[in-house]
Write a protein that binds this ligand. Structure first.
Ligand code: SF4
Length: 394
């Protein structure tokens, strides 16, 4: 397969050329793909299985009068759920810039010839000339939480430099983490309403990644059935069901009512200590936490340091809608209690339904100010954010 160097915003990238939709060899294997350059009539169905491995897609625009690239970008966003960077590559004109962003493009590649005709200022001025508020744009999920309308042409590289995960899809982040920590990374799952997302992604990358479930002895039977269903469906080969130390349970919670009297102590007995016994043997841990879930998670980076361990939060920037969209796109089974009004599910005694309009986590430890079980703290404190950390730095 021929390759070439792409110059984008004054920087050179090695780019795989993928102009022939019938040639899928660039997508063979399991490696991540930095830049995928596709023709504007590419077969997206054929590309779909590999999209999670691609950081940036360039779409050819042979002429500014050829609008097929716009449709392609929109389909990548809406039908295929692609949330990496999409860049238009060709002789677009400034008047098309706003429309390109609305269709899901992250930026437009401007070559030297185009720049002679239209300066960067022309492009940004054209963006300001259009009223974009009547249509929804597409913000890149795994990046700074800014509107796509702030995405000025010259800012893309700066944003990538400021945040190494900007534009990364969750699956791409996960792939890089699993590769970096091969054999030394673990996924801890609650088997809750959105657990199927990460379990599915992990199974697509490496089914042998260890997956840990804290079987507290207090779960809904529906959660345990869901656990069994997902493990079998995804073919996970190193699933570990972790239970509390029975001697400790007999000593500290002999009648099983500790959750009523001292929920923090109960979580410590049934979650924190059992997890501690196994998790610290790993160099990195994958979590499904998201920024929108609690105030404590609002600034959570994709990669953070938890004591001596790296924590990878591939879904940090996801919303509840993103989860729903992913489950639907991949035809994944919902948690059986979701339809009954349980939007966030933990142990049975500490989980209630939520009513319409309530915060999804309002049903957890209701009538208490407790919001977390403590498994994401280090020495009782929240770990500090390392928003600019890279895997290489860990
Ligand atoms: S969530 Fe409730 S039952 Fe489960 S470990 Fe914590 S306090 Fe105990």
């Amino acid at each position: 397969m021929p390759s070439h160097t792409l110059i984008q915003d004054g920087r050179a990238h090695d780019a795989a050329r993928f102009s022939d939709p019938s040639d899928l060899s660039a997508l063979d294997g399991n490696e991540t793909i930095d830049v995928l350059h596709i023709a504007n009539d590419a077969d997206l169905d054929a590309l779909a299985p590999a999209l999670g491995r691609v950081e940036t897609i360039l779409i050819d625009f042979p002429a500014y009068t050829d609008g097929r690239g716009f449709s392609l970008a929109r389909q990548l966003r809406t039908k295929y759920g692609y949330d990496g960077l999409i860049i238009a590559d060709g002789p677009l004109i400034p008047d098309q810039y706003a429309f390109a962003l609305q269709c899901g493009f992250s930026a437009v590649h401007i070559d030297d010839e185009t720049l002679k005709r239209h300066t960067i200022e022309d492009w940004n001025a054209a963006l300001d000339d259009f009223d974009l508020t009547y249509q929804r744009g597409y913000a890149v999920k795994n990046g700074p939480a800014t509107s796509v309308f702030d995405a000025r042409l010259t800012a893309l590289d700066e944003r990538k430099a400021a945040d190494p995960f900007f534009g990364h899809s969750a699956e791409l982040t996960l792939r890089k983490a699993i590769k970096k920590y091969q054999g030394d990374i673990v996924l801890a799952t609650s088997m809750g309403v959105d657990s199927a997302v990460l379990l599915h992604m992990v199974s697509r990358i490496d089914k042998s990644v260890p997956v840990i479930f804290l079987d507290t002895g207090k779960h809904f039977r529906e959660t345990l059935a869901y656990r069994d269903e997902l493990v079998e469906r995804f073919g996970l080969t190193d699933f570990r069901n972790i239970t509390p130390d029975q001697a400790e349970v007999m000593a500290e919670d002999p009648d099983g009512s500790l959750h009523d009297r001292e929920p923090d102590a109960c979580c410590d007995l049934r979650k924190v200590r059992p997890l501690d016994r196994v998790i610290h043997g790993f160099g990195a841990r994958i979590t499904g936490r998201k920024r929108y879930q609690t105030p404590q998670r609002a600034d959570m980076p994709i990669l953070e340091k938890g004591g001596a361990q790296a924590k990878v939060n591939p879904l940090a920037y996801w919303t509840a809608k993103d989860v729903t969209q992913y489950l639907r796109q991949h035809n994944l089974p919902p948690h059986p209690l979701l339809a009954l009004g349980y939007l966030s599910i933990g142990c049975q005694p500490c989980t209630t339904r939520v009513t319409a309009g309530e915060d999804p986590r309002a049903g957890r430890w209701r009538h208490s100010d407790k919001t977390e079980c403590g498994i994401h703290m280090v020495d009782g404190k929240w770990v500090s954010s390392e928003s600019k950390a890279t895997f290489e730095a860990f």
